[in-house]
Design a protein around this ligand. Structure first.
Ligand code: SF4
Length: 213
């Protein structure tokens, strides 16, 4: 990567980590996805139960295969099973996991985490349930405000819908049509304002690079 670009990404990562730690999250930054993977796996002890939120970033890092092949109790939501009742049941059990690993749709400059879900399993577990939450996010997730976070989520939702092959109007147009169809993926939106209630529960690894959507 261009050295000057990298320098600016690191500056942004350092700044947001400082803000997130002030907000009582446990944040750190790394320079590459590979380093993020090492940090992430260092945080999880062998034998722990682990769940995953849907995340392009984590998929790109190959985390699913690592969890499948490692010494973990993995609540594997990516198995080829019917959504009802099998995958929904995995989502339910995931709420009791030792660790939830996930991405985040947006991080504001004030350190708020903003997310929209289709099923709600990810946002529910980020808020309460799993003993630990580990979030991996590239600096492209940083936005100025909560309004900008909502805008970002609207901008990326058509790509997410296309990725998971949902038949929604936005997969035809490329932009949000505020649909009312059964396959709509934008159903539950949450803002996590800080990590103070369960200090240290939410750990955030910022990668000084652009990852996922
Ligand atoms: S509300 Fe519907 S049309 Fe808009 S992004 Fe979400 S799924 Fe697509």
């Amino acid at each position: 990567m261009d050295e000057i670009k990298k320098w600016q990404y690191i500056c942004k990562a350092e700044k947001i980590v400082k803000v997130l730690n002030q907000k009582h999250f446990k944040a750190l930054y790394v320079e590459t996805p590979e380093e993020a993977k090492i940090k992430l796996l260092d945080m999880i002890e062998e034998g722990a139960s682990v769940a995953m939120g849907g995340s392009t970033t984590l998929n790109e890092m190959g985390i699913v295969d690592i969890l499948r092949n490692g010494n973990y109790k993995f609540f594997d939501r990516y198995q080829k099973l019917p959504f009802y009742p099998d995958i929904v049941e995995i989502h339910r059990k995931s709420l009791t996991a030792d660790y939830l690993i996930t991405g985040t749709n947006a991080i504001t400059k004030n350190g708020e985490l903003v997310n929209t879900d289709c099923t709600g399993n990810r946002v529910a577990a980020m808020i309460f349930g799993p003993k630990n939450v580990i979030i991996v996010a590239g600096i492209n997730k940083i936005v100025d405000s909560i309004d900008d976070a909502f805008k970002r989520i609207k901008d990326i939702a058509p790509m997410n819908s296309k990725r998971i092959k949902h038949e929604t109007p936005c997969t035809e147009t490329g932009y949000c049509m505020d649909c009312d169809c059964k396959k709509r993926i934008c159903n539950f939106t949450t803002i996590i304002h800080n990590g103070i209630k369960f200090e240290g529960r939410i750990k955030i690894i910022i990668v000084a690079d652009k990852l996922g959507y």
